[in-house]
Design a protein. Structure first.
Length: 281
């Protein structure tokens, strides 16, 4: 994967396949990357089923957290979901915003947009819409959203800095985000880092935790906090596709950690311009 364009093409192809495959395959995979584990449990995601607005048709078991649970969404808010998939987080956000709010889902993959729109028609929501687009260049005007959520998506994007620049552009002053993502502590073995299947599975596209947090603060966000953190344990039967037994043992014995984090941050409230003698240079 030598260029950003190649990475994006690979992700689009993989998630087009995921949109059409059985939900049970996703549930035993790493973020839906394929039938890569024989274990009958979900490796990354948390259980959505107890949240109001949950829609089983829209839940493809692709996430790594519950950002909408922590997003502090209020009635009447405008919410944007980055990498909206089949629409699950959007429908949960709609439950929070009510009829007076608005929810916009943005996804890179046409097959996911089609699936989400079909799910929205079944529910008959008139204030939830889905737009195809690149979250590095969102099809949304500036200062639109009160809240932005995203679930295990930014790790798939080559230009993460560009996404955070777009988030601060699109948020209203004083708006905030709650994003669940995969981050690393230490370095993954190169065989995993270079594996396209694991990249689409949200692992090898992850960056260092501190670098991730620095991207947020360096882009001007304030009140940055980690709302939830959990260790991700990738089963041996997945790792064996990329590492031999000795390499797996070395990996397990090392200091490398794979984590799911849910991060909250706010866009500062813009101050009014001043032309008086006391505040202009």
């Amino acid at each position: 994967m030598s260029t950003d364009a190649q990475i994006k093409d690979m992700v689009k192809q993989k998630y087009s396949e995921i949109a059409l495959q059985d939900k049970g395959v996703n549930a035993t995979s790493c973020c839906g990357a394929g039938g890569c584990s024989t274990e009958a449990y979900n490796i990354m995601s948390d259980d959505y089923t107890q949240l109001e607005g949950y829609n089983p048709d829209a839940d493809l078991n692709l996430g790594c957290g519950l950002p909408t649970q922590f997003a502090k969404i209020k009635k009447g808010d405008t919410v944007i979901d980055l990498g909206s998939g089949a629409g699950n987080d959007c429908f949960i956000a709609r439950q929070e915003t009510g009829e007076g709010g608005k929810v916009i889902g943005i996804d890179f993959t046409p097959a996911m947009i089609e699936k989400a729109r079909i799910n929205a028609e079944k529910i008959n929501f008139d204030n939830v819409e889905f737009r195809q687009g690149d979250i590095e260049k969102m099809p949304v005007t500036a200062n639109t959203a009160d809240v932005i959520v995203s679930n295990c998506v930014l790790n798939l994007v080559p230009n993460k800095d560009g996404v955070f620049k777009e988030i601060i552009r699109v948020l209203k002053p004083g708006g905030h985000f709650s994003i669940s993502d995969i981050v690393l502590v230490g370095n993954l073995p190169s065989k995993i880092q270079e594996a396209a299947e694991m990249y689409a599975g949200c692992v090898s596209g992850a960056i260092q935790k501190q670098a991730y947090m620095d991207l947020i603060t360096n882009n001007g966000f304030t009140n940055v906090t980690i709302q939830k953190e959990k260790v991700i344990v990738v089963p041996d039967d997945i790792l064996s596709g990329y590492l031999n037994k000795e390499e797996i043992e070395q990996f397990r014995a090392g200091n490398t950690g794979i984590y799911s984090v849910t991060v909250y941050a706010e866009k500062p409230v813009e101050t009014k311009s001043c032309c008086g003698p006391d505040c202009c240079s």
